[in-house]
Design a protein around this ligand. Structure first.
Ligand code: ADP
Length: 152
């Protein structure tokens, strides 16, 4: 049988416990998960350095050979073809996420009809975690360690 490969795309600036939860739960559904960090080296506007984040995500999933971390700057729908991923994994926290994810999923369906978007609802302990809040707290010297699966 064909391997079920899912792409989990995002900015991951930074990768959080919320993201980790989606990936680990995704392992119950998929044989392989490719965590794809959208990144354009020509206009790097990241808060956390890309190489640092790749290393931290790899460290987080060191025990899982079926999880891969890559960076990309192309259409997610095309990247999915490259990795033979038929599923696009995304997480949903609230209705704001839903509105946004709904539009992206419609576009992706148009760009790659073979790609099925799959949404996992956030686990309650991680519902309030967002990369943007972490950046904001970290910028002003606050402790963000409880929201990250690795140490900074
Ligand atoms: P993007 O910039 O593409 O929104 P993010 O890195 O912010 O990328 O998030 C990647 C995916 O993870 C998105 O589907 C987002 O909704 C989901 N996500 C982010 N934070 C959480 C969380 N705390 N719980 C569940 N899903 C989350």
């Amino acid at each position: 049988m064909k391997k079920r490969i899912a792409l989990f795309p995002g900015s991951f600036d930074p990768f959080t416990k919320g993201h980790q939860d989606i990936v680990l739960r995704g392992l119950n559904l998929f044989d392989e998960i490719v965590i794809a960090i959208g990144y354009n080296s020509q206009k790097d506007q990241r808060y956390f350095k890309i190489d640092f984040m790749i290393e931290k995500i790899q460290e987080t999933f060191a025990k899982y050979p079926q999880i891969k971390v890559v960076t990309y700057s192309q259409l997610t729908a095309d990247l999915a073809r490259k990795y033979e991923a038929r599923y696009l994994l995304r997480g949903l926290r609230n209705t704001t996420d839903f509105e946004y994810e709904n539009s992206i999923a419609q576009v992706n369906r148009h760009l790659n009809a073979e790609l099925e978007s799959v949404f996992l609802i956030t686990s309650p302990p991680f519902a309030a975690i967002s990369s943007s809040i972490i950046r904001e707290v970290h910028r002003y010297g606050g402790d963000v360690s409880v929201m990250l699966p690795y140490s900074l």
